[in-house]
Design a protein around this ligand. Structure first.
Ligand code: HAM
Length: 415
């Protein structure tokens, strides 16, 4: 039997798993500095949650969910995204009654039955952040800035922040009419998908990647022109704060996002280095979702980034090896010392490697040429007698003898 990963899924190991850790840990640290706490929700939820949260008529709900019935007869789905579960959690634990501003971040796997290609998988990981309780546009700008800062911290460059406002429900109803009107005599030139989108979800025609659709929508009416005074002022303030936070952005009047829950500000951070899968981080305001899922009206804003896309963009050099020591030993007595020292070094956070079996000194040194540790600790016969150890600096090729009590000081004092 030839057992391998299922199409669209992958193992993450070696340098990639280091990158995964680096990205999620950098995100966690940064988001916590902004006052966000980690929220861990289940990998699967009732299917109804996503239908209600993301919206029927969206690609995710209609075509891409992994759904199944549990042995107990409950319809569940592997989560395709993190926002709907987070809102469920906010409501289930009545967080709204306990705090007036809630900030959560998360990371973990998501599942969508999409056509796999570079940067697009059926199981992929997201890091995301969601906040509840604030409608002030400074929050919109702060979260967009937080997403941008994450990419900056990861050293990812050549990015474009795109923003737009899609207003509230009334605005979109008016705009929808105008858009359908505009597209009415252009149906022949739309791609196959957009021919159905025009009736079901015409706004999605705006962000269709097909060349002829893009050409057609260039002249389409702009959502911004339909915003009411309050929506327009929110949008303008958001832009003002973004400038204050030094986040360069472009306005993309065709940016509408593929999920139904958004209102007002939407944004995407895109790169041209990943071909057609260029959106690295995306999100926006969703002031109606909490109510739509059974709660009181609660303003909310969030985003998510694709970890695999970040991994593709991350420079290999960003992954710095931790300080490493390799202990060379010979004979049973030296072995005991070596393993005791190793415990001590590891407890101090120094990666420490050593042979398990008795090997010649030569073989052990040969291994260090492969591992390239920062330090080689050598325990020979003389060292055992005097409770000493020779510490060799691998790069400088210098060495010195230390008493065993001073090993940590010797290693930690440097670098
Ligand atoms: P989304 O645009 O569907 O939004 O996904 C966010 C990001 O996840 C994308 O920009 C992309 O980087 C990554 N992504 C999506 N699908 C795949 C895939 N099949 N393979 C690899 N990466 C992928 C959301 O999921 C919203 N929940 C974001 C949000 C949070 N809005 C408000 N709060």
């Amino acid at each position: 039997m030839n057992l391998k990963t299922v199409k669209g899924t992958k193992d993450i190991f070696g340098l990639d798993s280091q990158k995964y850790n680096y990205i999620t840990q950098t995100a966690a640290k940064l988001f916590e500095a902004y006052g966000y706490n980690r929220m861990i929700t289940p990998i699967f939820e009732e299917t109804a949650l996503f239908k209600r949260g993301i919206g029927e008529g969206t690609d995710i709900v209609d075509k891409e969910m992994y759904t199944f019935e549990t042995k107990g007869g409950v319809d569940v789905a592997l989560r395709p995204e993190g926002t709907a579960p987070i809102v469920r959690s906010y409501l289930q634990h009545k967080i709204y009654g306990k705090e007036d501003f809630t900030r959560w971040y998360y990371y973990g796997p998501m599942f969508r039955y999409e056509k796999p290609q570079a940067g697009r998988y059926r199981e992929f990981n997201q890091v995301g952040a969601e906040s509840f309780g604030k409608s002030d546009p400074v929050l919109d700008a702060e979260i967009i800035a937080m997403g941008y800062k994450l990419l900056e911290k990861l050293g990812i460059t050549d990015l474009e922040v795109q923003i737009n406002s899609i207003g509230g429900k009334d605005t979109r109803t008016k705009y929808r009419e105008a858009l359908i009107n505009y597209l009415s005599d252009k149906n022949d030139n739309l791609c196959k998908d957009c021919k159905t989108r025009v009736n079901q979800n015409p706004l999605r025609v705006l962000d269709c990647k097909d060349e002829s659709c893009r050409e057609l929508t260039k002249e389409a009416p702009s959502l911004i022109e339909f915003l009411d005074d309050a929506e327009l002022s929110h949008y303008n303030k958001t832009k003002e704060y973004l400038e204050l936070f030094n986040v360069k952005f472009v306005e993309n009047k065709n940016l509408v996002r593929g999920l139904d829950y958004y209102s007002n500000t939407v944004f995407e951070i895109v790169t041209n280095k990943l071909g057609s899968q260029g959106t690295v981080l995306a999100g926006g305001r969703y002031d109606n979702l909490v109510q739509q899922m059974g709660g009181k009206p609660t303003p909310a804003f969030g985003f998510a980034a694709g970890v695999e896309r970040l991994m593709l963009l991350l420079d290999d050099n960003k992954i710095e090896d931790e300080k490493t020591a390799f202990i060379v030993w010979m004979g049973e007595e030296a072995k005991k010392k070596a393993f005791t020292y190793a415990q001590k070094l590891r407890m101090a956070g120094i990666k420490t490697l050593l042979e398990f079996e008795d090997k010649s000194m030569r073989a052990q040194f040969k291994k260090t040429d492969k591992i390239k540790p920062d330090y080689i600790l050598i325990i020979g016969e003389d060292e055992i007698k005097e409770n000493k150890v020779v510490i060799k600096d691998y790069k400088n090729r210098t060495q010195e003898s230390y008493h065993e009590d001073d090993i940590l000081v010797a290693l930690e004092g440097e670098k």
